[in-house]
Write a protein that binds this ligand. Structure first.
Ligand SMILES: NC(=O)c1ccc[n+]([C@@H]2O[C@H](COP(=O)([O-])OP(=O)(O)OC[C@H]3O[C@@H](n4cnc5c(N)ncnc54)[C@H](OP(=O)(O)O)[C@@H]3O)[C@@H](O)[C@H]2O)c1
Length: 257
């Protein structure tokens, strides 16, 4: 029994992808368009969004900074006036700033939380009243396996993703009885402009196109948590239940940090 209500067939589906200019969001927007969905593409870079849409007459371009609630609200109003109802709001925007404990800097930490956490909360707060009023639709949020447990280098990034996981769980409990779907997307390592900055070896690295295939399949199956690649994420799920003494020792050994 799927945990979420079914989405309409892709040809009838209207999806707003926020963070659609590069990486996982761009690949997912392309895959949705290829599957026949109507897709609105948002991020700050209008030119890149147009390239991702590549002239499709089922694509709408809505450039915005999603940490600015007024911009999100204005784009949401425009989308609803064109589409009348929306089936899925997929929030794939986010960023990463590597930080270790001795590098903790309040301004950098708050900027990261603003992008990775506050932007998501503000966007959900903007779209939720209309989804509840229409009585159907779903919200999908890109978190990360880095939110499962504390990791070195991910001092604030991991905390932002852990917060999103908890937020999605609470959203699900409240929204499922009201017929609104909630999808938590937890990727492992995906090759994108974000991870191109990493200098360490990334185990089980997959392409953004592979990530998009996993996301579409997960959305279609109605699961709550879409996590991939499984060979990696299942190991991390196991680490999640270990006592701290074993967890800390294993992470030190695997990362050398
Ligand atoms: N790549 C991985 O291995 C991996 C693993 C786990 C989780 N994730 C998560 O997956 C999501 C996508 O990551 P990615 O790897 O695809 O990164 P990416 O290629 O850097 O894409 C990030 C997207 O977010 C948009 N964005 C950033 N700040 C924004 C803002 N203020 N307003 C609107 N859009 C904004 C960017 O567009 P503009 O710059 O045009 O605004 C871009 O479209 C992130 O939440 C990331 O944490 C990634």
């Amino acid at each position: 029994m799927p945990l979420n209500p079914p989405l309409p067939p892709w040809e009838e589906c209207r999806v707003w992808v926020i963070g659609a200019s590069t990486g996982i969001g761009a690949a997912t927007a392309r895959a949705l368009l290829a599957a026949g969905a109507h897709v609105a593409l948002s991020s700050r870079n209008a030119e890149l969004l147009r390239r991702v849409a590549s002239g499709s007459d089922r694509a709408l371009i809505e450039p915005l900074d999603y940490t600015d609630s007024a911009q999100v609200a204005a784009a949401w109003e425009r989308l609803r006036s064109v589409w009348t109802s929306v089936d899925l709001v997929l929030i794939a925007a986010g960023t990463h700033t590597e930080m270790r404990a001795w590098e903790l800097d309040e301004a950098r930490a708050m900027a990261l939380l603003r992008t990775n956490f506050h932007g998501v909360i503000g966007t959900v707060a903007t779209v939720l009243p209309a989804l509840l009023a229409q009585g159907h639709g779903a919200i999908g949020i890109l978190s990360s396996v880095a939110g499962y447990r504390g990791l070195p280098r991910a001092l604030i990034y991991g905390a932002s993703k852990a917060a999103l996981i908890n937020f999605c769980e609470a959203l699900y409990l409240d929204l499922n009885p009201k017929g609104i779907g909630v999808y938590l997307v937890n990727p492992g390592f995906v090759k994108t402009p974000l991870t191109d900055r990493n200098e360490f070896r990334m185990p089980h690295l997959i392409s953004a196109e592979q990530a998009a295939v996993e996301i579409l399949a997960g959305l279609r199956s109605g699961v709550f948590e879409i996590h991939f690649p499984r060979a990696f994420t299942c190991q991390l799920k196991l680490l999640r239940i270990l006592p701290y003494r074993w967890y800390f020792a294993l992470i030190r050994r695997f990362t050398g940090l």
